[in-house]
Design a protein around this ligand. Structure first.
Ligand code: GDP
Ligand code: MG
Length: 360
């Protein structure tokens, strides 16, 4: 999409060049020639104006491609120990080990291994969050930890988690939890999972299974190692320099500091002072804080950070893009708001039409 000319845009959207030129003038932009490449922001804005959908494809402009930590989401049946496992892992995290401990809730935390490798965990367990993120096109999660209670076995939401992971093409590492319980039977869990089509390592597949107890905090090292091994197999890498491609993991309104968003950069670098569009909101990054709450100048891939300076509250899964100026940010935000509203109304009227059809 990057560098598209007005002529190409006209062809793709099926609109006349004159119409597109009119929009261009309306948003205060001018171009020398319809064969001159438009900036991606302007192209998106024009496309939105004519009701076309836009998907930004981030080309690797940067030269430096480096290994990056995996981003992990925990899923599984209710009461199988997702929250407990996250809590236990969080206690081994960077924030917990810093003096003062965990002072803030970021929506993500980072576990550092002695080898220097690290793992980023998203702090919101559950399928709704995962689906919401994916629905917005936010492919943030690299690996799913499937928590299955050793005494309860595979349950409906276990299957649901498996199908979410499969649909998103995200590999699974199984954590058989509650192994401290007398009724624990991890062999039975494995057989159940295998009969659901999971190709477990024990049986010649490549899905790792780790026995843990979130309560007794046992097996956590093994789980972390399994995740790093899975990450190694996936050869996770990211472009470090160049414009950031990032996603919101969580957002909240702070009394004094205004809207705060926890973000994870997928590629490139997000820096203080940059103008951004976040979903349909916009702003200028006033401050970046790391997981410990320390101010940082920039955020690099897989590093969860909190950003301050947005004018409105974004939603989990919103994309964060860097634009050249405040004016651009405002314009894109307004354009996206308009489009979202139009899509929303369209959905409602489609829903009505369906209802009518059904009632006929
Ligand atoms: P979630 O619904 O998946 O988030 O499950 P929770 O983390 O809330 O755990 C549900 C219940 O199982 C709680 O009462 C936990 O204390 C208990 N639990 C979680 N992990 C373990 C474990 O490893 N061993 C035992 N015995 N109980 C656990
Ligand atoms: Mg829970």
């Amino acid at each position: 999409f990057d560098g598209m000319t007005l002529v190409e845009l006209a062809k793709r959207t099926g609109e006349g060049i004159g119409v597109l030129q009119g929009i261009l003038i309306n948003v205060g932009e001018s171009i020398d020639s319809e064969f001159y490449p438009l900036s991606i922001d302007i192209a998106e804005l024009i496309a939105m104006e004519v009701g076309a959908s836009v998907k930004r494809i981030h080309v690797s402009e940067g030269k430096e491609i480096l290994p990056r930590p995996p981003v992990v989401t925990v899923m599984g049946h209710v009461d199988h120990g997702k929250t407990s496992l996250l809590d236990a892992l969080r206690q081994t995290s960077v924030a917990a080990n810093e003096a003062g401990g965990i002072t803030q809730h970021l929506g993500a935390f980072v576990v550092s291994m002695q080898s220097g490798a690290s793992i980023t965990f998203l702090d919101t367990p559950g399928h709704a969050a995962f689906s919401a993120m994916r629905a917005r096109g936010a492919a943030v999660t690299d690996i799913v930890v499937l928590v299955v209670a050793a005494d309860d076995g595979v349950m409906p939401q276990t299957l649901e988690a498996i199908s979410h992971a499969k649909a998103a093409n995200v590999p699974i590492v199984v954590a058989v939890n509650k192994c401290d319980k007398p009724a624990a039977n991890s062999e039975r869990v494995k057989l159940q999972l295998a009969s659901e089509g999971l190709l477990l390592e024990d049986m010649g597949g490549d899905i790792q299974v780790v026995e843990v107890s979130a309560l007794k905090k046992t097996g956590l090292d093994n789980l972390e190692e399994a995740l790093l091994l899975q990450a190694e197999v996936m050869n996770l890498k990211a472009r470090v320099d160049g414009p950031a491609q990032a996603y919101v993991v969580e957002a909240r309104l702070h009394k004094g500091r205004g809207p705060l968003a926890t973000a994870i950069v997928k590629a490139g670098t997000l820096a203080c002072g940059q103008h951004v569009v976040v979903g349909s909101e916009w702003g200028r990054i006033r401050a970046i804080r790391d997981v410990v709450g320390n101010l940082a100048e920039r955020a690099t891939p897989a590093m969860p950070v909190e950003i301050e300076g947005l004018k409105g509250l974004p939603m989990a899964g919103d994309d964060i893009i860097v634009v050249q100026s405040e004016e651009r940010a405002r314009m894109l935000s307004a354009g996206r708001k308009k489009k979202f509203e139009r899509d929303r109304l369209l959905k409602i009227s489609n829903g009505r039409a369906e209802e009518l059809e059904q009632s006929e």
